[in-house]
Design a protein around this ligand. Sequence first.
Ligand code: NCD
Ligand code: ZN
Ligand code: ZN
Ligand code: ZN
Length: 473
Amino acid sequence: MLIKNGTLVTSKGLQKADIYIELGKIREIKKTISNKGAEKTIDATGLHVLPGMIDSHVHLRDFKEVLKEDFFSGTSAALAGGVTSVIDMPNNSLPTISMEALAAKKYVASKKALCNYGFNFGATLNNFEEASKALVDTSVASLKIYMGSSTGSLLVDDFSAFYKHLQNFKGKPILLHAEDEHAIRHFSKQHLGENQKSNGIDSQNSLSDARKSQNMDIDLQADSSKKPISAQVHGKIRNSHVAELAVSRAISSAQKTNAKIHICHVSTQKELELIHAARKKIKITCEVSPHHLFLDESYAKKLGNYAKVNPPLRSKSEIAYLWQALRSGKIDMIATDHAPHLREEKELPYLQAPSGMPELDTALLLFLDAVSKKQLSLPQLANLYSKAPAKLFGLKNKGEIAVGKDADLVLVNLKSKTKIKSENLFTKCHWSAYEGITANGKIMKTILGGKIAFDEGSVLARIGDGTELKFRA
Ligand code: NCD
Ligand code: ZN
Ligand code: ZN
Ligand code: ZN
């Protein structure tokens, strides 16, 4: 394949050049490459060519949650969003907390995935042996620990279990959902009253709750004297202190154990200040998710439970800080936290509605729009959403447009616009918190291993085109 006349986004900046691809790899990059009989030539005049995005935080569901998403629909959404590699999170049902579950996930992914995929392994209160086996499995990118409850059943709220995982899992990063469970419980009681549970572990029953609620109209009417709890309470329960506490505890434990930690979905200035100060002492990285940059807390009022996410949406001033931190290198990478849930679940009352929102289809588009508004440069974007995750997880052939690297690329048009509409999304849940937004930018083509995998609205990839990622073992 030959890609002609594009503007390449490389770590050295923008460069007008042609790319020659052979056997799935970038073979040559030059000002002009004459057609050496390439089977396909793409005219990229007026387009920017970026490395394929690498999304290390996606929840592809499948198994018992196949109605929400599976490896086929989730990786379709990825390719449509310019993402060529995804790393699945373990909190889905089936949770990836044993080697047996990992094998089942690998099997399903091999039968359904359209882009490259890998797995984050989940920590429980006692799966230390399984975690040490996962550590040496090349399909495993990291160990994920939920310090606070979120969607799903995974939670390590016991200090000794947390500490032991940090001591044992050495060599690969440990990813943290950093919200302090004790603080969540405290603020839940304060804002909801003694008997109300927060939205963590109970929300895994939301699918059956959604079904039940259709037959519950009479009960609900009988109970209508009770004022429904507004979804806006979510931000009060999981306030910035909840995140700050967990990050601070994680840092001090990492310092004692020498663990390499990565803070998922940072959303506050306080977390970033702690992380920044800790960089001198420990190996620590962090990611930000699109919703914490593009949606402020007022969306909790506008969208109700559709905007319910952990950590919650924050204030405009927190968001301003996040953007500045993203530009100045205080945030290492972008990862979407693509967390699809069904509309019928999001329509449940606040307490039963699960947390999380879909992102894969739309993330790159939103960041292209941010580029058009000068909030970020294209090289910064490519670095944050491709090169940095490749580096953290040791994917040495990915993350950059350079000779010898895998030919995973995305061609975008910054002069075109895209209106986000749920009917155009590939995620199975078919809704978006960004519905109706018109982004400056359009994803024209996604190239995976030297083949066109997405082309102006259509996913062309076939099962088997994506491969299992190989992480440092
Ligand atoms: C995620 C999910 O739905 O799996 N939800 C969320 O609110 N972010 C879980 C998580 O990443 O915490
Ligand atoms: Zn999380
Ligand atoms: Zn605690
Ligand atoms: Zn997540």
